[in-house]
Design a protein around this ligand. Structure first.
Ligand code: NG1
Ligand code: ZN
Length: 551
């Protein structure tokens, strides 16, 4: 019929590149931008179908995050603001790798039947588009529109340049029936940040020039968005560098991935910044790390990574909960034991896991790498906090807990307005509005970090000193076929090729506090090597010898 011929006709315009097999990895499809036209077209189709299926607005984001500027990628945001439901990933792979338009259409027809998707009648579909600042994004967005428009009844709204978390936030807000524009995002973040600052004990320290936060924008989208946000705040001094308008190249020697993996200062920073509080975003602003420049003699940074952001958030949340409970008189107040959990991956520094377990007694769960896995686990708690060491993470609040908290706040407001308990309730409510509950978000995370540091009266050094990171090293080994390495147990154990795991264990045993694992990257053609040990020299040796096992 009409739909089939439209699909055949438009698919013929975007043939897949020869000999390239793509897979929907930890962050959608990623590759050199020149290879992506066909994949983006087909993901456009998929997004439209997903919208028909869920009867909600779906997001499609063009970004390759922290990867090099010539790469790009495409991923889908589900109505809850999270990543595409995992049971659709095999369909995504099938669509994108179909060799001819005929095959493509037959896969689509088959899938529509299987999923019982209704394309006719009163139902409609809508896809919202966003992209990062990569030059290839402009034309790839047009290709995505072609894909969406090749499904009859699907509408498309193009929001231009957005951070990845902004688009996810907008999709989540939209499906909850809330205000969902980019402006609403800025308003919600800035108003909840102001609310938190107003609840700071002893009032707000006036932000003197030498207390300002200096932010590395990775020459990506985050810098310009942070400037907009900053203009809506009057109690925070921020200087943004590496905004991408001074001919700096996206993610080259800059950005959260560089700072966290290399532990070196990004371009644009130097001896003038020794001791200052600095932060670094990644290319699409879903990762955040803090750092300070150690000395003017070396390029090394004192890194405050995702694990320490996680620890700071966990400290704050548990502290507010205990204030809230302290005032709870079991006779008159309803009490609610919120379950708090923290979620990490095997990349979490061992010292952070020890710290979280010992000093806060929190439940710590390990998942495989990839936000979707962490997010899923965190959602099982009343307050679930997750972070990857690389700075991607957020806090999730359960609906049940939030409605209890709202009621509690109202009750406290009527009987003890302005009490410590009520302030704690208001702080937690403000956190739930400030933090992006769709996905990790560098901008909302940064505002939460800043408000907690103010609340505690902590410097970045005090925060960094919560515990001392074990020396660690990350390497990547280029391989022809990364799928040859198969892991299990949250990716900490290699099961194939045979023999490697025993060799890793033997190497690791040579070093005090040694720990090492390898896993195939979900975003690059490499095997990643991670190692940890009691000294930097030891860990470099360990990482190198494990890397040799892979070669
Ligand atoms: P891969 O390439 O699968 O290691 C990287 C990060 C992930 C996640 C994704 C998505 C590391 C070690 N891995 O995945 O944590 O952020 O990119 O962007 O940092
Ligand atoms: Zn990113």
């Amino acid at each position: 019929e009409e739909q089939v011929s439209l699909l055949l006709k438009s698919a013929a315009l975007f043939p897949p590149p020869h000999g390239v097999k793509l897979s929907y990895g930890t962050a959608g499809f990623r590759a050199d931008a020149s290879l992506l036209q066909s994949a983006v077209f087909r993901v456009g189709i998929l997004a439209a179908l997903r919208s028909f299926k869920t009867q909600s607005v779906i997001g499609l984001m063009i970004t390759a995050s922290h990867n090099k500027v010539t790469d790009n990628g495409v991923k889908v945001a589900d109505p809850n603001g999270g990543m595409l439901s995992q049971d659709w990933e095999p369909f995504a792979d099938k669509l994108v790798n179909a060799s001819t338009p005929q095959l493509l259409v037959s896969f689509i027809v088959e899938f529509i039947k299987k999923e019982n998707i209704q394309l006719v009648g009163k139902l409609s579909a809508e896809v919202w588009l966003g992209r990062d600042t990569r030059p290839s994004g402009e034309s790839l967005i047009e290709v995505a529109k072609e894909g969406i428009n090749s499904i009859i009844g699907a509408a498309v709204l193009d929001f231009g340049v957005l951070t990845t978390p902004q688009l996810h936030w907008m999709i989540r807000a939209r499906s909850k029936g809330w205000k969902a524009t980019e402006q609403n995002y800025f308003e919600q973040l800035s108003s909840s940040f102001r609310c938190l600052m107003d609840l700071t004990p002893n009032g707000i320290k006036v932000n003197v020039e030498d207390d300002k936060l200096i932010v590395d924008g990775a020459n990506g989208v985050g810098g310009e968005k942070l400037e907009i946000l900053n203009s809506m705040l009057n109690n925070l001094a921020i200087e943004v560098r590496n905004c991408g308008n001074d001919r700096g190249i996206l993610n080259e020697g800059v950005g959260a991935d560089y700072v966290q993996k290399e532990k070196l200062i990004p371009r644009g920073f130097g001896s003038k910044d020794v001791g200052k509080r600095c932060a670094s975003l990644d290319g699409d602003a879903d990762r955040l790390v803090y750092f300070s420049v150690l000395s003017d003699l070396s390029n090394e940074v004192d890194l405050v990574d995702g694990d320490k952001i996680l620890s700071l958030f966990a400290i704050f949340v548990t502290e507010q909960l205990s204030i809230l409970y302290k005032g709870a008189d079991p006779e008159t107040h309803s009490s609610y034991q919120a379950r708090v959990g923290v979620v990490q991956t095997a990349y979490a520094n061992g010292a952070s896991t020890d710290y979280l377990k010992q000093s806060s007694g929190l439940e710590v769960v390990l998942t495989p790498t990839g936000v979707k896995f962490l997010h899923e686990k965190a959602a099982l708690y009343d307050i679930g906090i997750y972070f990857e060491a690389n700075g991607h993470g957020t806090i999730l609040f359960s609906d049940g807990f939030l409605s209890w908290l709202e009621a509690k706040n109202n009750e406290l407001a009527s009987i003890s307005e302005g009490s410590e308990e009520q302030k704690a309730a208001m702080r937690l409510l403000a956190v739930s509005r400030l933090i992006n509950q769709a996905v990790g978000d560098a901008l909302s995370g940064l505002l939460l970090v800043e408000s907690i540091l103010q609340y505690k009266g902590w410097s970045v050094h005090k925060w960094a000193g919560l515990y001392e990171d074990l020396p660690s090293r990350q390497l990547k080994v280029k391989v022809v076929d990364r799928t040859a390495v198969v892991t299990e147990n949250a990716q900490t154990v290699v099961v194939r090729p045979l023999g490697i795991q025993d060799a890793i264990i033997a190497e690791t045993a040579k070093y005090p506090r040694g720990r090492s694992f390898i896993r195939p990257s979900g975003t690059e053609d490499v095997i990643r090597v991670y190692a940890e040990a009691s000294t930097q020299e030891a860990v470099d040796n360990l990482a190198n010898s494990v890397a040799m096992l892979v070669d």
